[in-house]
Structures are given as structure tokens and as C-alpha cells.
Ligand binder design. Sequence first.
Ligand code: 4NP
Length: 159
Amino acid sequence: MKLLFVCLGNICRSPSAENIMNHLAAKSAIGSQIECDSAGTANYHSGKSPDRRMQAAAAKQNIPMKGNARQFTKADFTAFDLILAMDLENYQNILALDPQGQYQDKVKLMCDFATQHPDKEVPDPYYGGAEGFEYVIDLLIDACGGLLSELESTASKNI
Ligand code: 4NP
């Protein structure tokens, strides 16, 4: 199962989701079947490491942050099984690259998998304070955990 997490810049929310999912999957029976990557709908941070403020918030939860930003491309529609958008704008920008709607069933909103938070979108923390980055980590731990549970239950039905 190849998962792609997508936000705007690929330096805050989506690399956090990627690294949190890798962290949680390492403790799961199906961890070896899960591969994660992340991308941004914009290219203005391509090549950069995750934002330092995001790295600091992740470190508080013992989650190491790896990766370099890249832009989402049409090729990602076929390369990945599931594409997880952090907010509605990301979701719409992804679907705009699939005018025929061939891949729309693969594209989901990350917050649909959260079980402890009512949020519909992962808020963009970029222009705010440290608490916004910490909130993103909490919300993504919830949503990644929910997604992993769904993947585990699908895997157990397919044995
Ligand atoms: P991300 O956060 O989409 O979660 O990586 C942002 C990063 C950069 C900008 C906005 C959001 N920016 O405007 O440069």
C-alpha cells in the first residue's frame, strides 16, 4: 500500500503526516506493507527539509522528521494507492490535475480518518506560533492512527 500525503508547501503538514505514519507503521503488523511519501501542490519549497518549527513540534513527541520537499505531479496518481490531502484547497488542487476524474477515488481528506478531533482540515500552521505546529502533530497522530486501523482491518479481511 503506497500512501502519498499532500499539503501546499510540503515542509510542514504533509512531511509530518509521512513521518508520523512511518513511526506508527513500524509498530504495526502490516508496517512492512506500507510505504509513505509526501508532496506539495506548490513548488516554492522544493528540495527543502521540513520547517524547523515543525521538526521541533515533532521532536516533542519523539517523531524524527526526514525528507525533502517536492511538488505533486500527475504521475503520482498512478504511483500511489491513496493520496491524502491535508485541506480542501489541497484536495481541489489535486483533483484539478485529474479532469477526467479517473483517480478521484484515491484522493481523500486526511481528517476523515481522525477519531478524536472534529476538524475537517489540517490547519496550515505556517504563519502562526508554536502551538499551531503542536496542534498539527496531535491531529495527525490521531488521523494517521485512524488510517492505519482502517488499513489493518482491510488487510485482516484479505488474508
Ligand atoms: P505546508 O505549510 O503546506 O503544511 O507545508 C506551508 C508552507 C509554506 C507556505 C504555506 C504553508 N508558504 O506560504 O510558503
